[in-house]
Design a protein around this ligand. Structure first.
Ligand code: NAD
Ligand code: UD1
Length: 349
């Protein structure tokens, strides 16, 4: 029997890529998403890409905080595990609307955990973030590095991590894997699914992508006076397909009887500057990205990259792709879908 995985936020950027890999890996996936920051088209496309496995996908347009709706889903299906992506993630918006973020991310997660416990499903993989390392005193960031938060979004990740640790301490039947993602970029190599942010993108590469297709005039570089190779911020960019793979590795790890509440970095271990990333994208796309140098963005760290040792040793997982492949696949997606999932009449299928 195929293992059944509930995927919250499965219509989103990382979720849709992970759902595809689940289906291809022989799992059956039930997606719960309110579509606040995503499109049902992504799931139609996942289904198509999964070919004969596509029938193992089902979707409920439900908000996680809607307890009766969630209860109904759990009473209809016995899940082997939950992968929990659903959450709001725009840092700037979280500063302006903290209660929205605390309500959505914390209440959503608590409701999910309560319903899971009630239905005897105590296996969870959660999307945490490298944002919990704040401005790291030392790099690479290891899972033992101090954690802190600089904004309400980051605090929701920190609090959810702590909630998960407390839940495990209170009941050792739980098995929880907290995955701290570094900077996901790129798209599925088919160019059929990818990132489609609503509004003005907060993150570097979605912004670059919109400049490349003519939706924005230039990229603003936030600071060129950092103590780095070219003065711009350094991050650990990871191909979204590698990241999705990391979730399959985490699911396999949940079968390990020794596991409690564990945390793993998902990154490449390599640091890349803003200017290096832009140059690599320009090469991959043949498009010039006009730059405007501005001051530092509040809350930005100088250099952040992962130690990957624990994930390699314990999850038996390692990122395969480099920034060339990330930029190639990002451009493939962006050029085929310049307006994201709204790009073509086919998008309504
Ligand atoms: P995304 O916005 O594309 O996906 C999140 C999905 O969750 C969306 O489809 C949204 O509609 C859904 N959602 C939000 N609140 C919901 C609710 N209350 N009920 C049901 N559905 C809800 O974001 P993503 O980039 O795919 O990120 C997935 C997860 O990974 C998030 O938790 C995010 O914080 C985390 N993360 C993302 C990054 C990144 O750079 N993309 C980095 C670190 C961590
Ligand atoms: C940001 C968030 C972090 C969140 C992560 C993933 C902040 C302060 N941090 O991290 O909490 O977990 O996204 O959602 O918002 N840059 C530019 N111009 C741009 C955009 C970015 O120069 O228009 C630079 C940034 O200064 C940084 C690098 O590009 O040096 C990467 O930025 P970004 O993609 O936003 O990721 P993080 O800063 O790592």
């Amino acid at each position: 029997m195929a293992k059944k995985i509930l995927v919250t936020g499965g219509a989103g950027y990382i979720g849709s890529h992970t759902v595809l890999q689940l289906l291809e890996g022989g799992y059956s996936a039930v997606v719960v998403d309110n579509l606040d920051n995503s499109s049902a088209v992504a799931l139609h496309r996942v289904k198509e890409l999964a070919a004969e496995h596509g029938d193992n996908l089902s979707f409920h347009q439900v908000d996680l905080r809607d307890r009766p709706a969630l209860e109904k889903i759990f009473s209809e299906t016995k899940f082997d595990a939950v992968i929990h992506f659903a959450g709001l993630k725009a840092v700037g918006e979280s500063v302006q609307r903290p209660l929205l973020y605390y309500n959505n991310n914390l209440v959503g997660t608590i409701t999910l955990l309560e319903v899971m416990a009630k239905h005897g499903c105590k296996n969870l993989v959660f999307s945490s973030s490298a944002t919990v390392y704040g401005w790291p005193k030392e790099v690479p960031c290891t899972e033992e590095s101090p954690i802190s938060a600089l904004n309400p979004y980051g605090r929701t990740k920190l609090y959810i991590e702590e909630i998960c640790r407390d839940v495990y301490r209170s009941d050792s039947e739980w098995k929880i894997i907290l995955l701290r993602y570094f900077n996901p970029v790129g798209a599925h190599p088919s160019g059929y699914i990818g990132e489609d942010p609503r509004g003005i993108p907060n993150n570097l590469m979605p912004f670059v992508q919109q400049v490349a297709v003519g939706r924005r005039p230039h990229l603003t570089v936030f600071g060129n006076d950092y103590n780095t190779k070219d003065g711009t911020g350094v991050r650990d960019y990871i191909h979204v397909v590698d990241l999705a793979d990391g979730h399959i590795a985490a699911l396999r790890k949940l079968d390990d009887p020794k596991i409690g509440c564990e945390v793993y970095n998902l990154g490449t271990g390599k640091g890349t500057s803003v200017l290096e990333m832009v140059a690599t994208f320009e090469k991959a796309s043949g498009k010039k990205i006009p730059l405007v140098i501005a001051g530092r963005r509040p809350g930005d760290a100088e250099v952040v990259y992962a130690s990957t040792a624990r994930a390699e040793a314990e999850l038996n997982w390692k990122a395969k792709y480099g920034i060339e492949e990330m930029c190639r696949d990002l451009w493939n997606w962006a050029s085929k879908n310049p307006l994201g999932y709204d790009s073509s009449p086919a998008s309504t299928n």
